[in-house]
Design a binder for this molecule. Structure first.
Ligand SMILES: [Zn+2]
Length: 309
């Protein structure tokens, strides 16, 4: 068995980091048609997880399982409003509870697909349940009945699922938000599910660093012709958001490299590396604290990584 990967702990986070709000209580998923057989499921609560599904002649592929049994059931209800074909596949875009805890509520015949790095982390189900508890208002009832479900198919870089008349591509372009971030791409609709990779206006290198994130987005832009982008936690957009990510992470990479070559300490670097122009919000905007906390996390993570710490 492989050694346990480094799992996230809240003690690794800086004090100004604002935790996610992922409580699905009252969440209604609405179906948004992106192509002939391609559907996004969009959360009625901003920030709470989206999902999606693709229908082919042979059956259905679902993208992300949500955070609870109730939400996983809601995904299946939405599928049943469109088709009565079996749910053959379920893909998790990353290992976190809000993308995987619903896995156990899908039929036994559904094949769960995960990237290798994701599979290595979903194994530590209990750690994740405890880590994510504050994101659901410390209400353990949200996770009630959830059990670990092992993946049936594990892939490394690329996997194409043939649903008969519809192909779904799974891509791993490197770590960005999590080590196993998976992009689900449906060529017929030029639609991509990006999971946690694109959330908000600039992203969070939770378990990577700015140069790695930059490289991942560059590959994504080069390899896939995206017209519709379904974020794990934001409304459906076009590919233009990716340009902002390239800009932001190249700026952070540049600033941190400059700081290191000048010999600034981490504290100085955090103080002096402000959120780049174009990403700042007015001080009165309630999202400012959230954005600043994420930016300082990105700077810190990149500084420590480039300094070899
Ligand atoms: Zn997420």
């Amino acid at each position: 068995m492989n050694p346990k990967p480094k799992m996230l702990e809240w003690s690794d986070f800086p004090a100004d980091f604002v935790k996610w709000k992922l409580d699905p209580t009252g969440c209604r998923l609405s179906t948004e048609k992106l192509g002939e057989n391609v559907y996004a499921l969009i959360s009625s609560i901003p920030g709470v997880d989206n999902a999606g599904f693709v229908v082919g002649r042979k059956g259905v592929l679902v993208i992300d399982a949500h955070i609870s049994i109730a939400m996983a059931k809601q995904i299946q209800e939405r599928v049943r409003e469109v088709t009565d074909k079996p749910i053959r596949y379920l893909v998790n875009t990353n290992y976190h509870a809000d993308h995987t805890f619903g896995n156990c509520a899908f039929p036994a015949e559904t094949l769960v697909i995960q990237q290798r790095e994701t599979a290595a982390r979903t194994l530590y189900f209990e750690h994740e349940r405890e880590f994510m508890l504050p994101t659901v208002g410390n209400d353990p009832g949200i996770f009630e009945g959830v059990t670990y479900r092992a993946p049936d198919i594990v892939f490394d870089d690329r996997l194409v699922i043939d649903l008969g008349d519809e192909a779904v591509e799974l891509h791993w372009f490197g770590p960005a938000n999590t080590p196993g971030d998976t992009i689900v791409y449906v060529p017929s609709a030029k639609a991509a599910w990006t999971g946690n990779v694109t959330v908000g206006s600039f992203g969070l290198c939770l378990e990577s660093d700015a140069p790695a994130y930059l490289q991942m987005i560059s590959r994504l832009v080069q390899m896939l012709e995206i017209e519709k982008l379904v974020s794990g936690h934001a409304p459906v957009s076009g590919r233009e958001v990716l340009g902002k990510y390239l800009l932001y992470f190249s700026e952070v990479t540049h600033e941190v490299k400059k700081a290191l070559s000048t010999g600034w300490s981490l504290e100085d670097t955090l103080k002096r590396t402000r959120l780049p122009e174009g990403f700042r919000l007015p001080a009165s905007d309630p999202r400012t604290v959230f954005a600043e906390g994420r930016h300082s996390y990105n700077v810190r993570r990149t500084y420590l990584s480039l300094a070899g710490k």
